[in-house]
Design a protein around this ligand. Structure first.
Ligand code: ADP
Length: 269
């Protein structure tokens, strides 16, 4: 996209030349375009849960309802409000990351203890899946932002749970080498169709197959994961067999230190 500035140069009313300045504004234009797409997607995504909150509130206010009905409607309002809050948090995260305003507070952190905490938290929330965990490194220290790295594994593990049947097996394995930590989050759930894989980490992308249409989500979880992993100079990949299960693999640079636990959470500066 080119913006052209044109000036006619005159001397004593006589046209002596024309000045043309071409300015490439492709990047500016693309950013504006992305912003407007983002705003319209956000509005669209917020409208659906908001409409059901409004609809059910109106029913509760205007109709004589049996107590069981009332409870059912209130439960829907509660669930949709929770979904709205989750959506807004995801939007804010993605916006912050995209605008480059995401500050990572990097310290020496041990990925094995972070992953273990995330598993414990998930097990408190849902005990319907069997989660196994193995660590093959004596320490898995990286330079990273504890909260953000936690977010990565919360998103990956909650997807593994969400897209697996109740009672499904999920395994997390930490391994690697002298200079890298690799983490696999593996499930035996719905799997991902091959043609969906290239789009998986795009914002708002959701696989629209009948097997998962009823499972809620924003399509932002994996985009957030990818941004955080990139912000730590790491890598993420996925391998999956449709109908059998998926494995999400993250790679981070391992910090080799003589001491281990003592260095955890120590400032990197
Ligand atoms: P959301 O879960 O909110 O839809 P994500 O960005 O986390 O968004 O995931 C994008 C899509 O990738 C999901 O809609 C889902 O279909 C697919 N997906 C992600 N993780 C898994 C998984 N472990 N198993 C099967 N499908 C998955």
């Amino acid at each position: 996209v080119i913006r052209v500035y044109c000036k006619i140069i005159k001397d004593c009313n006589e046209h002596i030349g024309t000045l043309l300045v071409h300015h490439d504004i492709t990047e500016e234009y693309e950013i504006a375009q992305m912003k407007s797409e983002f705003v319209s997607t956000v509005s669209h995504e917020l409208r659906t849960p908001l409409a059901s909150v409004l609809g059910f509130t109106e029913l509760l206010l205007t109709k004589e309802l049996k107590p069981e009905r009332k409870t059912k409607y209130l439960q829907t309002i509660y669930n949709e409000s929770k979904r709205l809050t989750a959506l807004i948090n995801d939007f804010l995260d993605i916006q912050r990351m995209e605008s480059g305003k995401q500050n990572y507070e990097k310290k020496y952190i041990d990925l094995s203890s972070i992953v273990q905490n995330v598993i414990e938290l998930q097990e408190i929330n849902s005990s319907l899946h069997k989660i196994t965990y193995s660590v093959e490194l004596d320490n898995a220290i990286i330079l990273g932002d504890r909260n953000k790295i936690e977010q990565v594994f919360i998103n990956l593990l909650s997807n593994a749970i969400k897209y697996s049947p109740k009672g499904g097996n999920i395994s997390i394995r930490i391994y690697g080498s002298k200079d890298q930590v690799i983490i696999d989050v593996k499930d035996e759930g719905l799997g991902i169709p091959e043609d969906a894989i290239p789009n998986l980490f795009q914002q708002f992308y959701r696989v629209d197959n009948s097997d998962r249409r009823r499972i809620g989500g924003t399509g932002l979880g994996l985009a957030i994961v990818q941004e955080i992993v990139k912000g730590h100079d790491g890598k993420i990949s996925v391998s999956s067999e449709y109908g059998k299960g998926s494995t999400f693999t993250t790679h981070f640079s391992r910090v080799t230190m003589s001491a281990n636990k003592e260095n955890e959470d120590r400032d990197a500066s």
